[in-house]
Design a protein around this ligand. Sequence first.
Ligand code: VGL
Ligand code: ZN
Length: 205
Amino acid sequence: MKALIIVDIQHDFLPGGALAVKDGDLIIEPVNKLMEHFPLIVATQDWHPADHLSFASNHPSASPGDVIDLEGLPQVLWPDHCVQGSVGAAFAETLDTSKIDKIFRKGENRHIDSYSGFFDNGKKQDTGMYAYLKKQQIDEVFVVGLATDYCVKFTAIDAAALGLKTSVIANATKAVNLKPGDGDMALKQMSSLGIGVVDSTTYLI
Ligand code: VGL
Ligand code: ZN
């Protein structure tokens, strides 16, 4: 059975948000339509404490975009975003959340970032999403959401590594593109790892 994994469609990743992804809002309609095709839908929510160490503001004289060593892992520093309970952390109003079966929050430990919906970046903590999907007899997942070059990519890579047949629906994701081309590179990398890169219009109708 197949599931749709909706990654981080939250205010702060949409135009006007703290970590805005260009055209991020344009994926909401395709994602709402895609939900009709899936018997099971899970969503992730980036959910940081205000003192999270991925925020440039929590390091003296650092700026967003800088890369530091955070407890042994390379860490891109971001503007403050998706602070627990804030408007920025809420799902987009136009996202049809009524169809979401279960939400998995990530990034709650201030010492480590968590791009994947399955594990933190050091693979120390498990969100429980894999166990949930297995319990629901899921063997195939389709990943959509924000952002292609971070949380979508790492979620899809972990899904495939966990043995799930995995595809990313390219027209239902948008990239941060900290460097131009990061989004396209992420799609190529996923494809090279055996992850399907598909388009909702040709694949699901
Ligand atoms: C994300 C950067 C920081 C994402 C989350 O959802 O792709 N990117 N936190
Ligand atoms: Zn984050």
